[in-house]
Design a protein around this ligand. Sequence first.
Ligand code: NAD
Length: 480
Amino acid sequence: MTTNDTLATPTLDTYDGLLAAITPSAGETREVLDPATGAVVGLAPVHTVDDLEAAITAATLAQPAWAALGHEARSAVMVRAADAIDAASEALAQLLSREQGKPLNGPNARFEVGGASAWLRTAAATPLDSEVLIDDGTTHAAITYRPIGVVGAIGPWNWPMMISIWQIAPALRMGNAVVVKPSEYTPLSVLALVAVLNQVLPEGLVTVVSGGRAIGAGLAVHPGIGKVMFTGSTATGKAIIKSSADTVKRLTLELGGNDAGIVLPDADPEAIAEGLFWGAFINTGQTCAALKRLYVHDDIYDAVCDALTAVAAKMPMGVGTDESNVLGPLQNKAQFDIVAGLVQSAKDSGARVLIGGNPDLAAPGFFYPTTLIADIDDDNPLVREEQFGPALPIMRYTDLEDVIARANSVDVGLGGSVWSSDLVAARAVAARLDTGTVWINAHGAVHPMIPFGGSKQSGYGLEFGVEGLKALGVPQVING
Ligand code: NAD
């Protein structure tokens, strides 16, 4: 336990040092490849169900002392862990860029590492006092939140460091230990992040178990896990609901999205074009709450298409470690194939390609060019399904009631957006979208103090802010 020590001099603040620290010295390993070049980034351990057991045992042993520290002392350790992230930030960003593919610059790798530190600091700093519910002279009732125990954190490959911190930080703050199961596509990023945190955290409190679906399924079913924080696809979320049922685990499920944006006729196409672009193409479209269906009023449809195409044409895509790029490859071949198939279905239907849609299949890397598709029907697969990549369908509308119904017509509801020069009108439309968040004149922006979560099959439970902390505790009412 190092809670009273000063922060040890970071040894993980160089790329080579970081990689060496997470390279297994024994046991089965597998190569992790750079999606931009095919080069080997590093070796990931292939952990087993026995490793999962060992991690849960270690977490179970470490958790009571951590809980006993109390909020203030835990927060102090978390701040030092955030300092450790900052000290290693460039090495972490380099590794993230190579493994995930996202560029260093733009809202990408450096941004993600900075976000991880910021979310950790905010989770440490957010006050969470016992709340008196009634105190009227005859009845006194207060609600407080006790630790759950050991939390399982299962994550995806698109924002591996940021999403891991979204799961780890509130869990730690609330007095829990964490066993992390990263995506099999991006294990190194999470192993490295946790190695950096573990310079400061007590031994066994946070452990990464790197493996495939069987490890995730093992976490979801394990009686030693009190809660699963899951971010990933809706299909996997449903599997986790089923496998966690026998032990009645608490769940936070951040699942897939197919977010609509509605551009009202009074919006200024030039003024909103860059916001629309990044709403859709942040992380090269591989973002849960990215803008995935854009509805534009007929009056300004052509102007918005032109302005968006002009922005798209000037955003460089390429190898992430090249400082000039702001868009990167798809992270894996399976996702490349999904995007290519959906764009092909749009082209086959006669929809109009404004830009992109023509990947160079002979070139190295899973690069799919920035693609905008106009005059496409709502029932096209590119509109109905989650593309999770750099291809945005743009639909026309004339009637507000009709477009609200079209926006709400999918079975997921993560985010949505309304674009207008009239804030009051935009808010009125926003209130009618069946989604967890609606942004106005932006899309997908998250903030560590603003709760985030989905409606419908985008999942349930909230992350961030006070609500996010409460979700990592067991509420207890003391009546009397
Ligand atoms: P995925 O569901 O394929 O995998 C996510 C994780 O679940 C991986 O670690 C995987 O190994 C694990 N897993 C797979 N089967 C499992 C099982 N049966 N039991 C337990 N764990 C299992 O998702 P992905 O392809 O990595 O991520 C992309 C999806 O994630 C998209 O749909 C995207 O919208 C969604 N996502 C949602 C949010 C959000 O906040 N709502 C954020 C990011 C991504």
